[in-house]
Design a protein around this ligand. Structure first.
Ligand SMILES: Nc1nc2c(ncn2[C@@H]2O[C@H](COP(=O)(O)OP(=O)(O)OP(=O)(O)O)[C@@H](O)[C@H]2O)c(=O)[nH]1
Length: 207
């Protein structure tokens, strides 16, 4: 895949360089300029995690991706007149993954986006487990801040004929999971909705 505007690095090299506790990292990142945010994108296989990250970074929708691709994208964007460095960890579908490995990835993050597919019940059910693992990883590392949580229902372009999860169910699940933001989007049809998710997450994070 050719990522034109963002820079991509491997997840393993990023995890190998976990240098200091997140609590320190967050306070440092909020003092340096431009400020930065580390976002982990989680969800069942095929929900559109890679498509969402790539849409934000390149504005392009690329039909198919290597399902095993795990990458950290670096992207600079202007949010409310402020330059922000986004680091986005795009994880591969986690259903077969040992939770220890997933925990490591969650420890890296300061904010999390859980993605489901509005036409796929399994991806909706899987959210509970992913939120549990992410919360557990965070609590175990005894960090002093509450991470930002976002919930995204993707593939709304298919909703007319194939929708299984209603927007009300999505909203309710966002409340249950204590997510700060909830959006239904179509990464495929909209050039901007994916980016708006990351921007909203930044607004929450920087409050
Ligand atoms: N109709 C529709 N298809 C989408 C949308 N977003 C992604 N897709 C498609 O869904 C499939 C899976 O997308 P990916 O981005 O690879 O999903 P993923 O969650 O990263 O999948 P894994 O890497 O297996 O975890 C691809 O065929 C995409 O083209 C969308 O908004 N609408």
């Amino acid at each position: 895949m050719n990522i034109q505007r963002g820079r991509a690095i491997s997840v393993s090299s990023a995890l190998a360089n976990l240098p200091r506790p997140n609590s320190i990292r967050r306070s440092l990142s909020s003092q340096s300029f431009p400020r930065s945010i580390r976002v982990v994108v989680l969800g069942a296989g095929g929900v559109g995690k890679t498509a969402m990250a790539v849409r934000f970074v390149t504005k392009r929708f690329i039909g198919d991706y290597d399902p095993n691709l795990e990458t950290i994208y670096r992207h600079t964007a202007v949010v409310d007149d402020e330059v922000v460095n986004f680091e986005i960890m795009d994880t591969a579908g986690q259903q077969d993954e040992e939770s220890l490995a997933l925990e490591d990835k969650c420890r890296w993050g300061e904010a999390f986006i859980f993605v489901y597919d509005v036409t796929d019940k399994y991806s909706f059910v899987e959210l509970d487990r992913l939120k549990f693992v992410a919360s557990y990883a965070h609590s175990k590392s005894r960090l002093s801040f509450t991470p930002c949580w976002g919930l995204v229902g993707n593939k709304s372009d298919l909703a007319d004929h194939e929708r299984i999860i209603s927007i009300e169910e999505g909203r309710e699940r966002a409340r249950d999971l204590r997510c700060h933001i909830f959006r239904e989007i179509s990464v495929k049809e909209s050039m901007y909705e994916a980016g708006e998710v990351f921007e909203d997450l930044w607004r929450e994070f920087s409050k």
